[in-house]
Design a protein around this ligand. Structure first.
Ligand code: C2E
Ligand code: CA
Ligand code: CA
Ligand code: CA
Length: 277
């Protein structure tokens, strides 16, 4: 038993070492990724459930490395957050998303807004609000066409986050809570901070098939509506979910049912298609 125990320890140790190695590799390669144009954005429509028509799109980061291949944001974003690289990467994401949205506006889709994911580390930078302001100026995107998605993790530094979110609101930039309900202090955050939108996490939307899960989604929608917020359901994959959400008075959503996050060209095709309908 003793030998076995130490064996398991070795296996465990080896796995840890491998994971650590991979992490260092990802961290090092990410440094070059911005300059060598390995990063790009894909876009997923945010639609009005009643009509199925897009009102905006979420920008999502993609990384294809020449040797590592596709690296999932679920893997590299947490690493970039830990190392602080997310500050630089996030700056690039914001500019790129605003530039592209301005292009679509100029091509006749001026009604679309863009929703950009922002990490707590970025919010903590003293210059964040200034960065948002200058990015809007440089790209020419109207301030009301930008929404920033934050997660509940910003509550680790409540006083700083409150200041930043107030300043953003003052500037006219909208804010959404992403993955609502999965973190901590969601309700506190809703009560204390200027928030325009709640995004209901896919896990809750998936769970609507059972009674308890459905009740939770209905309650989130009610809270949001009582506070006058816009509510977006994430991860919609089936028409039945659309019908239920509409019955429960959730008016907006996104998910594979409409479109998987798509590169610029493909998203543009989608726009032409919905325009013809
Ligand atoms: P998120 O912000 O919650 O984004 C939603 C995720 O759900 C995306 O995964 C999207 O591709 C996926 N998704 C959308 N609809 C469906 C659906 O119907 N079914 C399923 N199964 N999945 C769906 P993705 O693109 O892999 O991104 C993962 C996470 O990485 C994001 O979760 C976000 O937290 C983070 N992330 C992505 N881009 C950025 C970025 O530019 N900045 C920051 N800070 N984080 C980002
Ligand atoms: Ca998001
Ligand atoms: Ca989300
Ligand atoms: Ca998420």
């Amino acid at each position: 038993a003793k030998a076995n125990g130490s064996n398991q320890y070795c296996v465990y140790n080896a796995q840890l070492a491998l994971a650590h190695e991979r992490k260092i590799r990802v961290e090092n390669e990410l440094k070059k990724a911005v300059e060598t144009e390995q990063l790009f954005l894909v876009y997923q429509p945010i639609v009005e459930l009643e009509t199925g028509r897009p009102i905006g799109m979420e920008a999502l980061l993609r990384w294809v490395h020449p040797e590592l291949g596709f690296v999932s944001p679920a893997e590299f974003i947490p690493i970039a957050e830990e190392t602080g690289q997310i500050v630089c990467v996030g700056e690039w994401v914001l500019r790129e998303a605003c530039e592209q949205t301005k292009r679509w506006h100029d091509e006749g889709y001026a009604y679309l807004y863009v929703s950009v994911n922002v990490s707590a580390r970025q919010i903590q930078q003293g210059s964040f609000v200034h960065l948002v302001q200058t990015t809007l100026q440089k790209t020419g995107l109207s301030v009301e066409k930008l929404e920033l998605e934050i997660t509940e993790s910003i509550m680790q530094d409540p006083s700083r986050s409150t200041k930043v979110l107030n300043d953003l609101q003052h500037l006219g930039v909208k804010t959404a809570i992403d993955d609502f309900g999965t973190g901590y202090s969601s309700l506190y955050l809703l009560k204390e901070l200027p928030i325009n939108t709640i995004k209901i996490d896919k896990a809750f939307v998936d769970d609507m098939t059972n009674n308890r899960g459905h009740s939770v989604v209905k309650s989130i929608i009610q809270i949001g509506r009582n506070l006058g917020l816009k509510i977006i359901a994430e991860g919609i994959e089936h028409e039945t979910q659309v019908e239920e959400l509409l019955q429960d008075s959730c008016h907006y959503g996104q998910g594979y049912h409409y479109l998987k996050p798509a590169p610029v060209n493909e998203f543009a095709l989608y726009l032409t298609k919905v325009e013809e309908e």
